[in-house]
Write a protein that binds this ligand. Structure first.
Ligand SMILES: Cc1ncc(COP(=O)(O)O)c(C=O)c1O
Length: 499
């Protein structure tokens, strides 16, 4: 009923008519999805998959209230924001109420990329500066202006880094430059930004903005150490720049206790511009930039109108309002906290059992499982991660691997994910890791050589997969023991944030 073509024909037509750089999940054996509901997706044969990665279907796939709101408004009117309409202002009012007071002016767009592009324009117009500081491995969107500031992309293409772009190290306390054994990684990483600003000034350049996701997603589910953003904001403001928080992936209550991920860093940290998208319309294309009155006024002082044909149209606004209502009415933030904590607890038990798991990090329903070949060296287990996601798919669980080494399993499911789903997912992962570790002999060795041949059969095709997500005590990490730190210091550092 839901199919026009057989799976094979769909694939053939896709190969013929869709650009080859538009990739599919599981390229070797793509899934054809014909319908979805809540946290489940169904293929053309009716097979059910547990969706652990779709943070766009935030309140659940095809939520009836969202569908109803869209349908009702579509039957009545859809037009652009040049006409007065109540839905756009009501949505802006509701959205602003979730943010700190000074973030009160909205610009509606259709995608996260458009939102980030506009954020850059706002920042540049504000003081007339041009340069942008971005984090290594960051991804901020597919427009040319954003590929330029996305090392995740430009480092892989033929593009070279533009002179106005400055790349600061990712504040990753597990695999980054300053780790959990550093006395103050937040200051150390922020000092890197300070140095970048000084160098830029010495070469006569001026900083317009620092942009970062409040938690880095494609970059490997990285949670910056507490205090880092405050320090960076101080240096950037002193340089006349603004702080842009990209909440396209991580906003709208995903972290549970807060509506926005940047709020985990405390009330004394407020970005100047926040961009949002994906979960905002639960699949309906809507996104937004929210900023201060001062920045908005500076932007309009240029005299140029900002017009976006579809941004903030009545249907999008109605959908957005439905999403906000559902988050509240179904206590999805509470669910993110409860299920996220439970899932993290289950995963930490897996970490104690499986040497392939190097780190579990996350907040609410945003969790990363960092797979390593060697816990001490933290050697990324890239092939193993690809193998795991293919095996999980066979068990009808959708996961993906990301990060610079594609070894971090991303978990960011619809917010209606349940404890039963969490248990099911972890049980499947346990089985796969058990078999895999037996195959590579990892379980019986405390230290696996970085170059040890992986005897487990890995699907070759899995190596190109990428899309831009026990009860025994863990073995002691000798380097951590030397530094007098416990094995879970990284998680502890993350927890120091106001979660
Ligand atoms: C952090 C982040 N910012 C911006 C974007 C761009 O959003 P969109 O694909 O809606 O243009 C993405 C998309 O993946 C993203 O992950």
């Amino acid at each position: 009923m839901c199919e026009l073509y057989s799976k094979q024909d769909t694939l053939a037509l896709r190969r013929k008519h869709i650009g080859p750089s538009c990739k599919v999940f599981f390229a070797a054996d793509p899934i054809k999805i014909v319908r979805a509901q809540r946290q489940y997706m169904f293929d053309e044969r009716g097979e059910q998959y547990l969706d652990c990665i779709n943070n766009v279907a935030h309140v659940g796939h095809c939520h009836p209230e969202v569908v109803k709101a869209a349908l009702k408004q579509m039957e009545l009117l859809n037009t652009n924001s040049r006409f007065l309409h109540d839905s756009i202002v009501e949505y802006a009012r509701r959205l602003a109420a979730t943010l700190p007071e000074k973030l009160s002016v909205c610009y509606f767009t259709n995608s996260g990329s458009e939102a980030n592009d506009l954020a850059l324009r706002l920042a540049r117009q504000f003081r007339g500066h041009q340069d942008v500081i971005t984090l290594d491995h960051a991804y901020h969107g597919h427009l040319s202006s954003l590929i330029e500031i996305s090392p995740y992309k430009f480092r892989k293409g033929k593009d070279v880094k533009k002179a106005f772009v400055h790349v600061a190290p990712t504040p990753d306390t597990y695999r980054g430059k300053y780790r959990e054994d550093h006395a103050d990684p937040a200051s150390a990483y922020a000092d890197e930004v300070k140095e970048i600003i000084e160098e830029a000034h010495n070469s006569g350049r001026k900083i317009a903005a620092f942009i970062a996701e409040s938690m880095q997603s494609c970059g490997g589910q990285i949670i910056p150490p507490a205090g880092y953003f405050q320090k960076v904001a101080e240096y950037v403001h002193r340089a006349g720049g603004v702080f842009i928080a990209d909440e396209v992936q991580v906003g709208f209550g995903r972290v549970g206790k807060h509506f926005w991920s940047f709020q985990m860093h405390g009330e004394d940290f407020v970005p100047d511009i926040v961009t949002m998208g994906k979960p905002m319309g639960n699949g309906h294309p809507m996104a937004c930039v929210v900023t201060t009155k001062e920045i908005a006024e500076a932007f309009s002082s240029s005299g140029m109108e900002y017009f976006n044909t579809y941004g903030g149209n009545p249907v999008s606004s109605a959908v957005g309002l439905a999403v906000l209502n559902i988050i509240e009415n179904e206590d999805l933030q509470g669910n993110a906290t409860r299920v996220g904590d439970y899932l993290t607890e289950l995963l930490n038990k897996q970490k104690a059992k499986h040497t392939l798991i190097g780190d579990i990090r996350g907040v609410g329903l945003f969790i990363g499982i960092d797979l390593v070949k060697d816990r001490q060296k933290r050697t990324p287990a890239t092939e193993e991660a690809q193998h795991v996601i293919y095996k999980m798919k066979e068990k009808r669980v959708l996961l993906s691997a990301d990060g610079p080494h594609r070894n971090v399993l991303k978990i960011k499911p619809p917010m209606c994910f349940t404890e039963e789903d969490a248990k099911f997912m972890v049980d499947q992962l346990d089985e796969i890791l058990t078999v895999l570790e037996e195959a590579i002999g990892a379980q019986s060795e405390s230290v696996i050589s970085e170059n040890a041949p992986c005897r487990a059969k890995m699907p070759n095709e899995a190596h190109s997969e990428r899309l831009s997500d026990g009860t025994s005590e863990p073995r002691e990490n000798p380097s951590q023991k030397r530094n007098g730190l416990c094995t879970d210091k990284h998680s502890l550092l993350s927890k120091r944030l106001k979660t």
